[in-house]
Design a protein around this ligand. Sequence first.
Ligand code: NAI
Ligand code: MG
Length: 367
Amino acid sequence: ASNKLLLFPGDGIGPEIMEEVKKVISWLSENGEDTFEYEEGLVGGSAYDVHGCAISEEDMVKAQAADAVIFGAVGGPKWDDVPYDVRPEAGLLRLRKDLGLFANLRPAICYPALADASSLKKDIIEGLDILIVRELTGGVYFGEPKEIIELGNGQKRGIDTQVYDSYEIERIAGVAFDLARTRGNKVCSMEKRNVMKSGVLWNEVVTSTHKADYADVELEHMLADAGGMQLVRWPKQFDVIVTDNLFGDMLSDVAAMLTGSLGMLPSASLGATDETTGKRKALYEPVHGSAPDIAGAGAANPIAMIASFAMALRYSFQKIAEADMLEKAISNALDKGLRTKDIAQQGEATITTAQMGDAIVAELNAL
Ligand code: NAI
Ligand code: MG
């Protein structure tokens, strides 16, 4: 079978790291059972320069038709002053919204070779492998009313509204439980039911979803603030964490930093599964941005981008063996001491973006 990818390199280091993913895609097409076809689209500043908007309608149509969207990064000082609705991030937000990507998956994995280099105690992070599932399209970032009003006495009031409907909680819980079954079979749900009505509902719906369809999975509830503390104190107690948009934004950034550089962190954003085709919309991207400070220097770490593609193999194409292989290849390259600048310790030799990509392909060949 052939699998259709749409690549959006984007801006800054985006195109540089996407080149390295293309090497992996070619390798898989030549050495695997299936082939991968890809097309490329423009997003962010690079789309603005050509089309005057952050993503064209044509590319949106292609994104809808693709089996998976692979996204680099957008933004940079060149576009700091473009109008708000066509700013680079608008391209990513449009993709998330139109593809209905409600589940954001952020793994925090500690590669053995980097455990020593961490500023944290080695026993806390060695072997760490957790997955944060963040609700991405609801909650306080989108709830109405959302405004700043004049109170008339020289004071103003800023208002954001946390809103969750039960269907939104049920579907994100379902994603978390399904994922847990493929891993450690354990979910921890985090909210603040002690002070938030949406937290009470969150807790209720996660509990009833568990009871109805996922009683085989171990479920635990934690208040999100206590969860943050536990995440730093003893992260290995967790397997899958499911939480709302706001808490997930913060907790996933905290979890990310347990394991090291921004250049190492992949993510996936998933939509609903189409009942007739069995396919689900999905976008895979590194957690980091376009790193304008190092763009063009060959200094970018391509691992976050390549590991994001490994997530695409796992979650969009059910190519579990290939995803495992690719992750193993990354790990082996690190074991050999290969380091881009961002993950090198003082005095360690460094390699370029392209050399890291080549090294990972060489490790694939050696497996
Ligand atoms: P950033 O993630 O681009 O960079 C932060 C720091 O990490 C920089 O020093 C950068 O050199 C380093 N870094 C990031 N990725 C790296 C990699 N793969 N290898 C080595 N070093 C890496 O965040 P920053 O500087 O706040 O934002 C830069 C631009 O990116 C802005 O225009 C921002 O709006 C945009 N951005 C885009 C995102 C996206 O496309 N999803 C996400 C975050 C920021
Ligand atoms: Mg964040």
